[in-house]
Ligand binder design. Structure first.
Ligand code: TRP
Length: 329
């Protein structure tokens, strides 16, 4: 098994995680589990984008908590700090220096075409300048670490295109080898339905908790919306929230549940109980790990600082190249 320092020749992959809420089951199945599967193929960096969260989170205590909740969650789910880097975005302030340089090369119009910004305008919000500039900070996050690939869902594709554009422009203007131009690794992150059948999201309030008590977990699962057949009726498995979740959690046993539902004599309550047991089998041990890691803040902070120290070495080298290239310093 290789450790971070011996991974020199391997391509670098970078994942940014926005700490805006306590992670839910959808984050685990849709983002954390797929992202951690990259560790064997890439030199991986994971960072907690707390400055990005500041565009929406307005409670200092909560933000501090979310950062640790997220870090502890990823560690509990198997992120190994010996083999990867895990750090807080804010612990590497060099990112702002690069943000500024990049913003001077970006056309304002390109930011005006940003999906998130445009959607905010359509909703009638008056977006803050942080939201407007969000993609530039994200580009700096990526370019600062000589990132080769960025695993992202479709929703982040535009951000990655902008990152590539600005990197190419900087290289073209100041010297071809100044920045590594990254590629998107579009991940087939599964769509994880929440209790109401819509995509699980914090803002919809349809989340299934990841590391809250088993009692709470069971209660939320029992509350999943289903159709209203009787126990005896045959049911349509495909497309039902319970079955779709079961497929993600226990794929090898899903055909069996599908058959039982379709045969009749197996109620939604039974299916929910089976779903609950499958989820608990998968996350129970991780919950124990989470509670232990989360309770030891000094140790958690030390892991994050260690990651940041290593990340800063890479960041320093990039910033030095950029400064030299653009004529600063
Ligand atoms: N914008 C990403 C999201 O909302 C989070 C993020 C910030 C990110 N910086 C990044 C992701 C850099 C990948 C690389 O999910």
């Amino acid at each position: 098994m290789s450790t971070w320092d011996t991974l020199g020749a391997v391509k670098t992959s970078l994942t940014g995680i926005k700490p805006t809420h306590l992670p839910h089951l959808g984050n685990y199945l849709g983002a954390i589990r797929p992202a951690l599967s990259l560790v064997d193929r890439y030199r991986t960096l994971y960072f907690i984008a707390n400055y990005h969260a500041l565009t929406t989170v307005r409670d200092a205590e909560k933000l501090r908590d979310y950062v640790r909740d997220v870090a502890a969650t990823w560690l509990a789910c198997g992120l190994d700090p010996e083999r990867t880097l895990l750090y807080r975005q804010s612990d590497v302030p060099e990112v702002f220096e690069l943000t500024w340089v990049l913003s001077c090369l970006l056309a304002k119009g390109q930011l005006e075409r940003g999906h998130a910004y445009k959607e905010a305008l359509v909703r009638g919000d008056s977006p803050n300048a942080g939201l407007f500039n969000y993609p530039v900070l994200m580009a700096a996050d990526i370019l600062l670490y000589d990132t080769d690939v960025v695993p992202i869902g479709k929703d982040q594709k535009q951000h990655l295109e902008l990152t590539r554009d600005v990197a190419l422009r900087l290289n073209h203007t100041y010297g071809e080898n100044t920045l590594v131009v990254p590629e998107a690794l579009i991940t087939e992150a599964p769509l994880v339905p929440g209790t109401d059948g819509e995509k699980m999201s914090k803002s919809r309030g349809n989340g299934i908790p990841l590391f809250e008590s088993t009692k709470k977990l069971r209660k939320v699962i029992m509350g999943i919306t289903t159709t209203s057949e009787t126990l005896e009726d045959p049911k349509t498995a495909e497309g039902s929230t319970v079955y779709e979740l079961y497929k993600l959690v226990a794929p090898e046993r899903a055909p069996e549940m599908g058959q039982k539902l379709e045969a009749g004599g197996y109620g939604w309550g039974h299916a929910k109980q089976d779903l609950y047991e499958a989820i608990e089998a998968e996350i129970g041990p991780k919950r124990d790990a989470y509670l232990e890691i989360r309770a030891d803040e000094p140790k958690l902070d030390a892991i994050l600082s260690d990651g940041a120290a290593k990340a800063r070495t890479i960041a320093h080298a990039t910033i030095q190249r950029v400064r030299d290239a653009v004529g600063i310093g």
